[in-house]
Write a protein that binds this ligand. Structure first.
Ligand code: HEM
Ligand SMILES: *[C@@H]1O[C@H](CO)[C@@H](O)[C@H](O)[C@H]1NC(C)=O
Ligand SMILES: *[C@@H]1O[C@H](CO)[C@@H](O)[C@H](O)[C@H]1NC(C)=O
Ligand SMILES: *[C@@H]1O[C@H](CO)[C@@H](O)[C@H](O)[C@H]1NC(C)=O
Ligand SMILES: *[C@@H]1O[C@H](CO)[C@@H](O)[C@H](O)[C@H]1NC(C)=O
Length: 487
């Protein structure tokens, strides 16, 4: 009975007319009983059966369905582009979906790993509640239309990783090969060691501890002690969580705030986030937790932030969201009514525009990295090196960076502290310089790193394990005659 009441609330929270939303995101109230063992009948296709169905997947047809969806703005979640003077495209949204689904990967030792996209647990609690995944429910809701079309011939984990790859390729970026065969999980249980933010309605379950803060934390010596502590890599019970807090599973974008006594502190700046310290956090996550080299790290961040934008065009001053208790909690994805985690929709703007398009808030940062976020370019590295980046704030109030020269051709672009860290760290800087001067090398390194990103998982820890297991790959031969899909 509790579930029936909640399901009405959940539907209202999501807004009116997202046709296939429920396919893409399983609300926590539905997952949790199965985590407690109350739904032993939950089914997912076996690996053997899925790999058999894959044999009749028409990859070109799937590619075209995703590429068409990518450039067809839907009224229930308008595509970005117009606000940047660009064409409408979900390329950034789909690429972020694939990255966040895959970026939970943690290398434990040479043969064992955790996380990764295989299992598609991003649809489930706890991943669908992580703050870093805000508004990716919308991306899955859009792709649900493709899922409906292809049914059992494509798993959610294959669909999400392939959609991100198509987003890059169909935007003019590099992609050489993609292998299918990922099997979906029944629920999100295997992601629990990666972190649970806590839901209010699962008393009595051993899984439902609120682990928002990490027990084993520290601050950098130069970090202001009112700034959020960082999580050491070693945590109790072999927890594999991220460096800032559970819900921010990747890297904390704002970076550490300096003490006023630090040598680099500038009293006239609107914030004193340190790109130099942020670089240490980027390396902590990418190298120590995920097993990436510095080159792969720079290629991935630069390539990822070539497409799409950040979303925080919303000043909540004077609204209820600026007041207690809402000021501490939202707006995040509302996985469960009453969890005080949202809704993400409707906090800014009015009517049809509320919380959408121009008024979207995901991370709270605002703006694109490049002049044309729907197309593959080299602005990310070019502008990092050619501009002087100075602290500013997004309309939402987050600390970010813009060009000192406000009439520069890059003046409408932004950088996160974690982006600027790539020129503050000498080893990263050298790679940024190489990529800025050798675009072909960047493209090739990015394509290799992206392949590794979307293919490694707990089930297939090495990048070629999936291919060995399922033997169903594409090299995108069919796109050669398809250049008209480019925007
Ligand atoms: C230091 C590491 C990283 C940090 C701190 C970071 C942070 C962020 C933030 C804050 C956003 C804005 C989300 C929003 O408001 O919509 C974003 C967007 C995005 N990120 Fe990253 N990111 C990192 C690495 C990566 C990597 C490795 C990739 C892919 C390989 C990637 C791909 C993207 C894409 C495509 C978007 C655009 C989303 C859209 O257009 O809706 N990011 N990232
Ligand atoms: C979004 O904002 C831009 C710039 O502020 C404006 O030109 C455009 O009309 C807005 N679009 C919508 C759909 O409101
Ligand atoms: C790797 O990690 C797994 C899981 O923690 C463990 O069972 C295994 O013994 C480890 N192997 C090596 C070689 O350390
Ligand atoms: C830390 O930040 C707070 C709030 O911005 C500020 O008042 C304080 O002076 C800072 N402390 C140090 C040691 O920098
Ligand atoms: C938000 O709006 C308030 C009041 O209109 C203003 O004082 C404040 O500077 C704005 N904040 C940002 C980050 O733009």
């Amino acid at each position: 009975m509790v579930c029936a009441v909640l399901s009405v609330g959940a539907a209202q929270m999501r807004g009116d007319d997202f046709p296939a939303y429920d396919l893409g995101t399983i609300p926590a109230w539905q997952d949790l009983p199965s985590l407690r063992g109350d739904h032993p009948d939950a089914q997912v296709m076996s690996k053997a059966e899925y790999h058999r169905k894959l044999q009749s997947l028409d990859v070109e047809h799937l590619y075209n369905a995703i590429a068409t969806l990518m450039t067809t703005s839907k009224p229930y979640w308008p595509a970005d582009g117009p606000q940047d003077g660009d064409v409408s495209s979900y390329a950034g949204l789909f690429a972020r979906l694939a990255w966040h689904c895959s970026g939970s990967f943690r290398m434990i030792n040479d043969t064992h790993a955790a996380g990764g996209c295989e299992g598609a647990r991003q649809r489930h609690w706890p991943e669908n509640e992580w703050r870093d995944n805000t508004n990716l429910d919308k991306a899955r809701g859009l792709l649900a239309e493709v899922k409906l079309q292809f049914g059992d011939h494509i798993s959610w984990s294959d669909l999400m990783t392939f959609a991100g790859t198509v987003a890059i390729k169909a935007s003019g970026g590099p992609a050489n090969k993609f292998c299918f065969g990922r099997v979906d999980d029944v629920n999100g249980e295997r992601s629990i060691p990666l972190g649970v933010e806590g839901v209010s309605q699962c008393h009595g379950s051993k899984f439902c501890k609120s682990n928002f803060e990490c027990p084993n934390s520290f601050r950098w010596p130069e970090q202001n002690n009112t700034d959020h502590a960082r999580c050491k890599i070693e945590q109790p019970e072999q927890r594999l969580q991220a460096s800032h807090s559970v819900g921010l599973i990747y890297v904390y974008p704002e970076g550490p705030e300096l003490k006023t006594t630090s040598q680099d502190y500038k009293p006239y700046w609107v914030h004193n986030r340190s790109p130099r310290l942020s670089a240490l956090e980027v390396r902590d996550t990418f190298k120590d937790r995920m097993g990436w080299t510095d080159r792969e790290t720079v290629a991935l961040i630069g390539g990822g932030h070539t497409l799409g934008r950040t979303h925080g065009n919303c000043n909540l001053t004077g609204s209820k969201w600026a007041e207690d208790p809402y000021n501490n909690i939202g707006p995040y994805f509302e996985a469960m009514p009453g969890s005080l985690r949202g809704p993400t929709d409707g906090t800014c703007g009015t009517g049809r525009e509320a919380g959408r398009g121009n008024n979207t808030v995901s991370s709270g940062f605002e703006g694109p990295w490049t002049r044309s976020p729907s197309r593959w370019t080299y602005d990310f590295f070019d502008a990092l090196l050619s501009e002087e980046w100075v602290p500013t704030k997004s309309p939402y109030g987050n600390d970010q960076w813009h060009t000192r020269d406000r009439s520069s051709k890059f003046s409408k672009t932004m950088r996160l502290t974690a982006d600027v860290s790539l020129i503050a760290d000498p080893a990263y800087l050298q790679i940024v310089e190489e990529y800025a001067s050798d675009h072909a090398k960047f493209d090739s390194d990015f394509a290799d790193a992206w392949f590794k990103l979307v293919h490694r998982s707990e089930d297939h820890p090495h990048q070629d394990d999936l291919e060995k297991d399922a033997s169903f790959c594409t090299s995108f031969e069919f796109t050669v005659s398809q250049q008209t899909l480019l925007p």
